[in-house]
Write a protein that binds this ligand. Sequence first.
Ligand code: GLV
Ligand code: MN
Ligand code: MN
Length: 499
Amino acid sequence: MLLAREARPFFRNRATMTPTINTTRLLPELRHLATLTDCPPSPDPNTTAVTRILFTPRDLEARAYIASLAEAAGFQTRTDAIGNTFIRFPGLDPTLPAIGTGSHTDAIPHAGMYDGTVGVLGGLEAMRSLKESGFQPRRSIELLVFTSEEPTRFGIGCIGSRLLGGVLSPQIADNLPNLLEPETPGAPFMTASSSWVGSQDTSTTEVRTLRDVRTAAGFTAPLTTVPLPPNYYAAWVELHIEQGPLLERAMQPSTEPSLGAALKGTGFTPSITPPKADGALAPEGTILGIVTNIAAPASYRYEITGLGGHAGALLMPDRRDALTAAAELILSVERHTLAANAASGTSDSVATIGTATIHPGAVNSVPSRVTLMLDIRDTDTTRRNQTMQALRADIQEIQTRRGITITERQINADAPATSDPHIVHTLETICTTNNIPYQKMVSRAYHDTSFIAPIAPVAMIFIPCRNGVSHRPDEYATPEAITLGTRVLALTLAQLANK
Ligand code: GLV
Ligand code: MN
Ligand code: MN
């Protein structure tokens, strides 16, 4: 291994350059970031519950923390009008398109401490390790910390990357309603949650749209300045936890009877490593994921309007209960998604009703209005659209039979993203050369990379996470997996930067 003192420039030293990932620096940084949370301390000392919603004080503290680490490492930082933060390791030829990496630090209510943050702090560590090894990139390497990958505050995810990639109009973005504002339809899902302790947030008065919220947070320039010019990035690679079980399952003994069944229909090739005798998540058995495609997400808001009334006096035959109609809609979503999987012989279709608000929300009052949010994803856009068509047919039938109205509003319907074959090949070669087992795989979660894909060649590196758990306080990735993923990221950035 090259120590910083003995390092020479990478272009003279391509074969032997080994960036030293400083795990004892990286892990405490991850843990510190997790303390910037609006969740009360977890009763379980083994879990860390993180709630960090866009432009709340905790989110701003997290941004300031990352910027302070970047500046301490000697990198230049800048922030755009939506709050995306760019941290740059300048190349020998700064006029060339840069190599990008990055992820997000915002977290949904009661999330874990690794989603997004591994890509941000891992990306920073990759850049620091390259710099400390004496590596001088030809192209600049840039870490991007995206604003609002999570949809919690404005109902749509990846706001920062959508704007950068030209996938969201600045005007529509600025007018997105603030769901933390109590008067905003749909807001109660945040404020009514007993687990949401909130921040001293300015949103209680007149902070109704994204424009208001970002201005209050100090980001005042027009959003028209955010989209990146063509060829800004020559290549883009995001490091992320898998958020699913496939890598970890591939690390278990392949003799386990459930393995084949678990992987059946996932399009996933079982482990390329010899099975470990104890089946444990052992560092030497860590398998990385190289993402070839990111599934296409879409989300919709349903407003179901019936007739309310007294829970005792309104007779059953006279009811037009919005909640029982909503229940039928929810079950219809599940039925059609399962049918899509059965028809395709895959597990690639997923759909979730993740929020529901009931009006007036009293135990002795028949619900007159229900608002639902649907999140539906598929690796195949046509199949996703077919599932939606089947759902809409059911909705027609439910409306007629129950005498209620159901309106649908599309929040987003995105295309799947495909990784660049050359970057995938670079990642595979780096893994093979360094004896690191990997699997090519689909990302079923969406990522900011989906919205950088329209403007740059992209790929992603996944590390396994325990039991595939994510968006939960018990989300966990081993130090070994984090270090390995960061190392592969560093090597990849170095190689791409010198192309
Ligand atoms: C991202 O957080 C997602 O929901 O896929
Ligand atoms: Mn997430
Ligand atoms: Mn994420």
